[in-house]
Design a protein around this ligand. Structure first.
Ligand SMILES: C[S@@+](CC[C@H](N)C(=O)[O-])C[C@H]1O[C@@H](n2cnc3c(N)ncnc32)[C@H](O)[C@@H]1O
Length: 254
């Protein structure tokens, strides 16, 4: 990710740190599913060294710590505020860009929920994770596919994350190194009473609906009108979430 983009993403998530946890209902559902799928896939209850990327306020960390035990857990985020999450869960905190920082060696679990879409090359990140895993280690990652926030793209928002990718692309990125246990994708539409409420939801969850350009009274009015005409009905307007996920395991050394 270029430095400008990284800074913008970091500032946006830092600003939303206090509102994210309660507003991110879709991300909470995704984190729950990832932890459950990992458990149902036969992952061990105890890991020697767990590594989570983009932990944020701990929606996934919380579910992982409820299902699994760790001799050592390291959690990462671009936003320094996430140090609080590490403190809450007794984890080590690794602050920085997941795409470029040095990682702990040979983790036997690598996880990440709703973060890889912010990387310019999520496939490279997944390959790096696959190679970094200890033999017998597990990978559980979710991102978002091209349908994510489809409505915003149609009304000309520049808020699109750079690394939207389909589940098949996630599979292709790791399949030279890992056995894929399960993968999938899903589309859900949230409903809001007005387009302003959509923007409010995005702001609270760390996404800037306008990206670089500031809102003015007239462009906000034009945005609201266009959004309502295209995606509105008597009950309000829609916003699409398109989560994608993958669970995979590294073969044990022979
Ligand atoms: C949508 S939140 C997801 C947080 C948490 N994993 C969850 O499931 O709720 C995305 C998180 O990824 C972090 N993030 C974005 N880009 C990142 C990067 N390049 N490296 C590390 N963390 C990043 C953000 O700061 C934010 O906390």
């Amino acid at each position: 990710m270029n430095v400008q983009m990284t800074d913008r993403v970091q500032r946006s998530f830092s600003r939303s740190f206090r509102t994210y946890h309660d507003a991110a209902c879709q991300q909470a559902r995704i984190a729950e599913r990832l932890a459950q799928d990992l458990h149902k896939s036969g992952a061990p209850r105890q890991f020697v060294s767990g590594l989570e990327f983009g932990c944020g306020t701990g929606l996934l960390t919380q579910r992982l710590c409820a299902q699994f035990a760790f001799d050592q857990l390291t959690i990462n985020d671009l936003s320094p505020e996430a140090q609080e999450t590490a403190y809450d869960f007794g984890a080590d905190f690794l602050c920085g860009d997941a795409g470029t920082i040095a990682w702990p060696v040979r983790p036997d679990l690598i996880v990440s929920a709703s973060m890889i879409q912010w990387l310019p090359d999520p496939a490279a990140f997944l390959r790096r994770a696959a190679i970094a895993l200890a033999p017998g280690g597990w990978l559980a990652v979710s991102g978002f596919g091209p349908g994510q926030y489809r409505e915003l793209m149609h009304v000309g928002s520049a808020a699109k994350a750079p690394g939207l990718c389909r589940a098949e692309e996630m599979v292709a990125a790791v399949s030279d190194h890992l056995d894929v246990v399960s993968f999938g994708e899903d589309e859900r539409q949230m409903r809001f009473s007005t387009p302003r409420k959509v923007l409010d939801h995005l702001r609270k969850t760390g996404v800037n609906g306008r990206a670089q350009k500031p809102w003015t009274k007239s462009n906000l009015l034009a945005f609201s009108k266009d959004y309502s005409q295209r995606f509105g009905d008597a009950h309000g307007v829609s916003l699409t979430y398109h989560p994608t996920w993958l669970i995979a395991r590294k073969p044990c050394a022979v």
